[in-house]
Design a protein around this ligand. Sequence first.
Ligand SMILES: Cc1cc2nc3c(=O)[nH]c(=O)nc-3n(C[C@H](O)[C@H](O)[C@H](O)COP(=O)(O)O)c2cc1C
Length: 317
Amino acid sequence: MPALPFTAPALLAPMDGVTDPCFRDLVLERNPATALGGAFTEFARVNRGALTRRMLRKQLGPTRHAAPVGLQLLGADVEAVALTAARAEEAGAPVVDLNFGCPAKGALRTCAGSALLDEPRKIEALVRACFDAVHRVPVTAKIRAGGDDDSALEDIARAAEAGGASLLTVHCRTRAEGYADTADWERLRRAVDAVDIPVCGNGGVDRHEDLARVRDETGCAYAMVGRGAMADPWIFSGREVDALEAARFLQEYAEQMERNGAPRAALAGRLKQLLRHWRAGGLVDDRRGAWLAADAETLLRSVADAADAPVVLGADA
Ligand SMILES: Cc1cc2nc3c(=O)[nH]c(=O)nc-3n(C[C@H](O)[C@H](O)[C@H](O)COP(=O)(O)O)c2cc1C
C-alpha cells in the first residue's frame, strides 16, 4: 500500500466553493509544511463518464507545495470513478480521495456522496475499484458518522478499509446533522477502534489547540479543519496575526481571483463566504454585518483600505 505523503498530522478539508487552487495556495503559503500536512481539492464530480486529465489538472492547480494536495472525487459509477482515479494519478495527484459525505441534493440525486453511507458494500466496491486502478498513490476515503444516525459507523468505516483505503477521514456529524454546531468526537474514537488504518478526525476542530486535542482525546492520527480555516487561515501554525495581515490575506485572495478572471460580483461573494466565518486579526469583529451587507464595490474597496493596498481595486481596474 503506498505511503501517505502528508508532512504533518493536520490537514485542510476539501470545501466546494472554497478550497480552489487560489485559496489553497494562500493557506499553504502561510503555514509551514511542518504544521499543515496537506490539503484537498474541492470535490470533482464524476457523473457523466470519467473526467479528463485536463479537468483534473485544473482541479489540482498550477502550483506545487511541500505539503501535498489530494484530489477528491465524488461519484457513484464505479467504472467512471475508477478510470478518473487512474487519470488523477497520471495528472499528478499525490492522493486520490473519495467523497462519501456530501449531503447536497445534487450528490443525493445521483446516489453519490452521503447517499452511499446507506450502502457500505457500494463504498467498499468504489474504494476497491480505485485501489485497483491507481498504482503509486494512496486512495483515501472521507465519510460521515452515518446517514440518518450513527449506528452503522463501524460498518461504513470497515467497508472503506476493506476496499483498500490508506486513510479514513471521519466527519463526526451524520448526514442528518448536516453542519450542526455540535460535534461528537466520541464517534471518532469509535472509528479509530473499528479499523486498523489511520483515521483523520474532522468536525468541530475550530481552534489551533483543537488540532492536538482531537488527536489526544480520540486516538486519531490526523486532524482535519474545514470552516476553522475559513475563520483563521493561520490555524495550523497557530500564529496570531494582526488586522492588517488578516486584511492582506483577503486582498490577495481578491486580487488573485480577479487575475484568474473572476467577475467582481463573484469575488465579492467569495470574500463574503469567508467573512461569515472570519476571526483572524479581529479584523471583522465589529464590521462583519456591514461588510456582509455591502455591495460588491464597497466591500472590495473596504478590504483594500483595511489592507492598506497601494492600488484600490475599482470598476476601472
Ligand atoms: C462550504 C463547504 C463546502 C464543502 N465541500 C466539501 C467537499 O467538496 N468535499 C468534502 O468531502 N467535504 C466538503 N465539505 C465538508 C468539510 O470538508 C468538512 O467535513 C465539514 O465542514 C466539517 O468540518 P468543520 O467542522 O471543520 O467545518 C464542505 C463544507 C463546507 C462548509
